[in-house]
Design a protein around this ligand. Structure first.
Ligand code: F0G
Length: 352
């Protein structure tokens, strides 16, 4: 019988902090494709592969860490979980709380969540609380709720989130048969870059791989605290998923950048939207704006002559484009070609 992917916790159990008696939740997360991107490879003169995290059950990489954090919460006897979110964490938390039978409360910056993500939290039965503030305000409230009430926090400050998310680095190595030379990804709250770096180090330390990649992270220009070297009070970007000014995993991300000999730089909203278009039109992968920040960064660094020739480069695209069609469609002329139901009219419309 063909092997059925069992989700990241079962597939990578040996590398995760669960005991034999722990219940492991799964919605089939992980096992996402690593897709060669010839159009990008020829544009930057390297061997570029895209890790397509939008193919996870709720359409983003968050499902890896949520499977892990929600399993831990369930095994610990929690009844309610809470998270702050720019949209994807809440979608994922809502889905995994549903399968775990737990109550889920999500704190969202009012008016700054893509419609698809809001819909996900609603249909999975989470209690939505919209906060008149940004993500950083929401996270502060979530942390305090956790400290003062019997609710489990499932943001990436919960170490079990990073445990699950590090499995993406394992998958990249398993697919390539080695670690890449450079791994690129968007940076918001900075959990993911920290988790990948942990995963790459653990595989190297276990002797599965011989080397470590340089970690390259990219933030949106007006929401780039790592580039500024300090928190940003009023982050702003079209890429709402990474509209974050005070990343929680600050020290871990700085260590990932510096210990790997990598970098964290900024890209403009225009570069992000351009990269989103190129991914869709030239590679065939539709991602949400934040997810295109890594590709935008790769193109930017290539423009500066900083991409080593023939390097093996993996770029994580973190979330599915279908989550935020409003932003994607706003970049296109939507004037439809309307014809009568007639072959001749169709042929004429096609220029035949
Ligand atoms: N890409 C997408 C699509 C995201 O949703 C996020 C974070 C990131 C990148 C950045 O990852 O925070 O680990 O550095 N979204 C969080 C959320 C904040 O609430 O969904 P990070």
């Amino acid at each position: 019988m063909a092997h059925q992917w069992r989700g990241v916790l079962a597939e990578y159990r040996d590398h995760l902090p669960f005991s034999d008696t722990d219940a492991l939740l799964s919605l089939g997360e992980g096992g996402t494709p690593l897709v060669p991107a010839p159009a990008l490879s020829s544009a930057v003169g390297a061997d570029v592969h895209i890790k397509v995290e939008g193919q996870n059950p709720t359409g983003s990489f968050k499902d890896r860490g949520m499977a892990s954090a929600m399993s831990k919460a369930l095994n610990d006897g929690a009844s309610t979980v809470v998270c702050a979110s720019t949209g994807n964490t809440s979608a994922s938390a809502a889905a995994y709380a549903a399968t775990a039978g737990l109550t889920c409360v999500v704190l969202l910056p009012q008016g700054k969540i893509a419609a698809g993500k809001l819909a996900q939290a609603v249909v999975h039965g989470a209690k939505l609380v919209q906060v008149e503030g940004n993500f950083d305000d929401c996270l502060e409230i979530a942390r305090k709720l956790h400290a003062e009430h019997p609710v489990e926090l499932v943001n990436s400050v919960n170490p079990h989130r990073l445990q699950g998310q590090k499995t993406a680095a394992f998958e990249v190595c398993d697919a390539l048969g080695r670690a890449p030379d450079i791994h690129i990804l968007p940076v918001g709250n900075a959990g993911n870059i920290s988790a990948y770096w942990m995963g790459y180090q653990e595989y190297r330390d276990a002797g599965v791989t011989a080397q470590l990649p340089a970690m390259w992270g990219f933030q949106a220009e007006r929401a780039a605290p790592f580039v500024a070297g300090r928190p940003i009070p009023d982050p702003e970007t079209v890429a709402t998923a990474i509209r974050i000014g005070a990343p929680a995993s600050w020290n871990l991300a700085v260590a990932a950048r510096d210990d790997s000999g990598g970098l964290i730089d900024a890209v403009s909203d225009e570069q992000i939207l351009d990269a989103q278009k190129r991914l869709a039109a030239d590679v065939g992968i539709f991602v949400e704006p934040a997810s295109a920040a890594g590709v935008a960064g790769l193109l930017q660094q290539a423009g500066h002559g900083r991409v080593p020739e023939d390097a093996t480069i993996t770029v994580t695209v973190t979330g599915n484009g279908l989550k935020d069609i409003d932003t994607a469609l706003s970049q296109h002329d939507l004037t439809p070609t309307v014809i009568e139901a007639d072959i001749a009219a169709a042929a004429q419309a096609m220029g035949l």
